[in-house]
Design a protein around this ligand. Structure first.
Ligand code: ADP
Ligand code: MG
Length: 248
């Protein structure tokens, strides 16, 4: 399935925790634009697969190809520099820093440290990008507030903005709407859809309705294995998926 449309390819990826094969020979691909979602029952291995792809844990077998390059075993930081950004199920914000400072810090991640020649125009551009992100994520009015003072919905928005600040090609989101109100979830879904025209998105999500609504392609995991994949309607209609996941 090698194609220029594909930003990420996972081949035979596996990892065990003791006797448990948490991720078992999974093959999948993520396109350069649009939303690819990973769903499955609790304990299916979604977060583990996400952590394998983003470099937080190392696979015991298999490969991760990003832009056709074998990035298996790369650190999260090296992957970020290559264009793969992730947000965390557990927040990665600095609560005692302002919203603007959080964004500024995130956008500086890619600037080479201590390089005197680093052009001023680049820094100006970074500052402009921070202001653009504030506006885009409806956080202009909260720019000087501490991240810890934001509402839950605002914090989740800031997390996505932080993940995007480095200008990635692939954005990985693990349960971005966890703990959100219905209204905030709807807003987040809209935002994810909008963003997916510019950046490939890999979404791990518990909320099936949200997944059906925003995804272009869905991969279903069950007990560490890929059970099915396809367009939302096909996945929903798949009897195996219904049995394993929707309990029908
Ligand atoms: P999901 O995100 O789909 O709910 P996880 O990937 O978190 O599932 O977990 C898959 C399985 O691996 C579960 O049985 C879980 O208990 C187990 N698991 C996850 N992380 C670890 C770990 N660090 N050590 C041991 N077992 C783990
Ligand atoms: Mg999980």
């Amino acid at each position: 399935m090698e194609s220029t449309d594909t930003i990420l390819q996972v081949q035979g990826l596996s990892v065990s925790f003791g006797a448990l094969r948490a991720v078992d020979s999974v093959d999948m691909a993520v396109r350069r634009s649009g939303v690819t979602s990973l769903i499955g029952p609790n304990g299916a291995g979604k977060s583990t697969l996400f952590n394998l792809i983003s470099g937080a844990i190392r696979p015991s077998a298999g490969k991760v190809l990003f832009n056709g390059v074998n990035v298996t075993g790369w650190s999260p930081h090296k992957l970020l520099r290559a264009g793969m950004a992730r947000s965390f199920q557990i927040t990665n914000l600095f609560f005692d820093m302002s919203v603007r400072e959080n964004l500024r810090l995130a956008s500086q991640i890619l600037e080479p440290a201590g390089k005197a020649w680093w052009p001023l125009s680049r820094s100006h551009r970074a500052a402009e990008r921070v202001e653009e992100q504030l506006e885009r994520f409806s956080l202009q009015g909260r720019a000087d507030a501490l991240a810890g003072e934001l509402s839950h919905g605002e914090q989740r928005r800031l997390e996505i903005a932080v993940a995007l600040a480095s200008g990635p090609q692939l954005l990985m989101l693990d349960e971005p709407t966890q703990g959100m109100s219905h209204g905030d979830t709807q807003e987040a879904a809209q935002l994810i859809k909008t963003l997916s025209s510019e950046v490939g998105i890999l979404l791990v999500e518990h909320d099936v309705n949200l997944v059906m609504d925003v995804s272009d392609h869905i991969v279903v995991l069950s007990q560490g294995k890929k059970l099915a994949e396809g367009r939302p309607a096909d996945v929903r209609a798949n009897p195996q998926v219904q049995a394993a996941y929707f309990g029908g």
